[in-house]
Design a protein around this ligand. Structure first.
Ligand SMILES: [Zn+2]
Length: 93
């Protein structure tokens, strides 16, 4: 049986792979991201800031800045506006 550490490491790998698939396959991007979030929750893994910036937390759409989202940079945080669900996400920098 895999130890907790090993399980976490393989889950992290899976998540990165799912994000890459989402990037390559825009049609199923939402599905892949949903799966990645599910794995992260199950294994209690926090998604890195870099990953959080790449998708909408509300509707799981992969961002293409300028195309389906607007990115604003403020002093202490950045704001991402999702054009699909009109949601603003704030991420501290
Ligand atoms: Zn959205």
């Amino acid at each position: 049986m895999a130890t907790k550490k090993e399980a976490k490491a393989s889950a992290k790998e899976q998540i990165l792979q799912l994000f890459e698939q989402a990037r390559l396959n825009e049609k199923n991007a939402q599905k892949h991201i949903k799966n990645a979030i599910r794995i992260a929750l199950k294994n209690r893994i926090r998604l890195s800031k870099e990953l959080k910036k790449t998708f909408c937390a509300n509707c799981n759409t992969l961002f293409h800045h300028g195309k389906n989202s607007l990115l604003r940079v403020r002093k202490n945080y950045i704001t991402i506006h999702c054009k699909t669900c009109q949601q603003n996400t704030r991420i501290a920098t």
